[in-house]
Design a protein. Structure first.
Length: 464
């Protein structure tokens, strides 16, 4: 944006300065040329008068002396011609053959034509300026006078003026560039500070604000609006964090009481209940870990992940077993495919929570007498935990929106739900560098895959 702003200001400024400098240089050149031509006309008028007197008397002695003296003092050549075009007086020097242009001018003068003003020329395009004037006596042409002068002096003066104007123009452009850069910096200073503040807020510094005392009035208003928006966001985030802290803290007490009751009940049950009691204990411990993660997220703005080696096949099998009775109540069979170990260095709690959200989504929308298949597998450098259901599925244009918050398909609008399951799973996996892939199956239903790095990639990421 700074570059575009500088170009917008600088290009017109340079164009105006160049135009004005060119016009001034041309005007100075024309003024010098006109002054030089006027001086030549004055010299020509003087010698026309002297030549008339000499031609009347028929003696060239006096005018020869004047022409010679004039050439010695001013280095300007004067030649007087008689009516036949022959050189009559040239200061004692023999005039050679005249160039064609000078001969033509002499011929015009002897025919009674007066000298015409010279056309404007560039200073370096001519080396000599020549003017010719007829000599009249009672209306008759009795001769002609030609004055030739070197244009070195006016050329030098013109070049000096051009150099001076160019220096002024360059200085003006430099000053203009400096002013444009300062103007651009002044205009964009609030924008730069806004950008820095947004980056700081994105990194968690919610108390970052921008000073409102610099920049144009329009950008100052934008800064005030931004600060107001930041205040509102900080207020909402604070309330959410307070709610999460309070909720996680309040839930821990009844959860601990529930686990104590489980331990108390376990003392009166036989060995045949030992497996169910252990599963209940594990679920309680998992809920405790989830609450601790939620509490850490609410306090610090991010979850403190616990990275360890996890067998995804075993983890998925345990979650399948935990959901088996819930699915059976709706006439749904949930099975685990595959038994080979699939190791990944990741956060067990996050993977479990994300898998629970995906399985819950599958159970919720699968019809009775259908089967949900869960499988852990390896795909090159990635580990996949896939959940396949036989529900209504999604259209191709709905698959991309399935992980959005509060999004629900029109086909299942009559079923209870908030549209947050897959969105929560996506957010959880993003914390550990994973992802969620949703695919619509050709024979109906969805295939939702939790994508996790394998052991080597995850270990490298943890070290980094």
């Amino acid at each position: 944006m700074r570059r575009r702003l500088i170009v917008v200001f600088l290009v017109p400024l340079v164009a105006i300065l160049v135009s004005l400098g060119g016009a001034a240089a041309w005007s100075a050149t024309r003024s010098t040329q006109q002054a030089f031509y006027t001086q030549q006309l004055g010299d020509l008028g003087y010698f026309v008068t002297s030549a008339r007197q000499a031609l009347r008397s028929g003696s060239a002695t006096v005018i020869d002396a004047e022409v010679r003296r004039f050439r010695e003092v001013y280095d300007i050549d004067v030649v007087v011609f008689d009516p036949s075009g022959t050189v009559w007086a040239a200061g004692g020097d023999e005039a050679g053959v005249l160039p064609d242009d000078q001969a033509a001018r002499v011929g015009l003068a002897l025919s009674g034509r007066r000298a015409e003003p010279p056309a404007p020329v560039l200073p370096w395009s001519a080396t000599q300026s020549t003017v010719v004037e007829p000599v009249f006596d009672d209306g008759d042409v009795i001769g002609a006078v030609m004055v030739s002068a070197d244009v070195g002096a006016p050329r030098t003066e013109i070049i000096q003026q051009i150099v001076l104007l160019s220096a002024v123009a360059v200085f003006s452009v430099v000053v203009g560039v400096m002013l444009v850069f300062r103007l651009a910096r002044w205009v964009l200073a609030p924008v730069r500070r806004l950008d820095e503040a947004m980056v700081a807020i994105e990194r968690g510094a919610m108390d970052t604000r921008v000073a409102e005392d610099t920049g144009p009035p329009e950008l100052r208003r934008m800064t005030r609006v931004f600060n107001g928006m930041a205040d509102e966001i900080e207020r909402v985030m604070t309330r959410q964090q307070e709610f999460a802290v309070n909720a996680s803290h309040e839930l821990r007490n009844p959860l601990n009481a529930l686990l104590l009751r489980v331990e108390h009940l376990a003392t009166g049950l036989g060995r045949e209940w030992q497996h169910d009691v252990e599963e209940t204990r594990e679920e309680g411990r998992r809920m405790t870990r989830i609450l601790e993660t939620l509490l850490g997220l609410a306090r610090g703005g991010r979850a403190d992940t616990t990275i360890s080696a996890v067998d995804l096949t075993t983890l998925a099998a345990r979650r399948v077993e935990a959901w088996r009775e819930v699915a059976a109540q709706q006439g749904i069979t949930i099975t685990m495919r595959g038994s080979a170990a699939v190791m990944s260095v990741t956060d067990r709690t996050i993977v479990e929570s994300a898998l629970d959200a995906v399985i819950d989504n599958a159970v919720k929308y699968s019809p009775a007498d259908s089967t949900i298949e869960v499988e852990a597998a390896r795909d090159d450098a990635l580990c996949l935990v896939t959940v396949r259901d036989q529900g209504p599925g999604l259209a191709d244009d709905e698959v991309a929106a399935a992980t959005g918050r509060f999004w629900r398909s029109d086909e299942v609008a009559d079923k209870p739900g908030s549209g947050l399951g897959l969105a929560i799973a996506t957010d959880l996996l993003d914390v550990i560098g994973g992802g969620l892939r949703v695919e619509s199956r050709a024979r109906g239903g969805l295939r939702v895959s939790l994508i996790l790095p394998d052991g080597a990639a995850a270990r490298d990421g943890a070290v980094a």
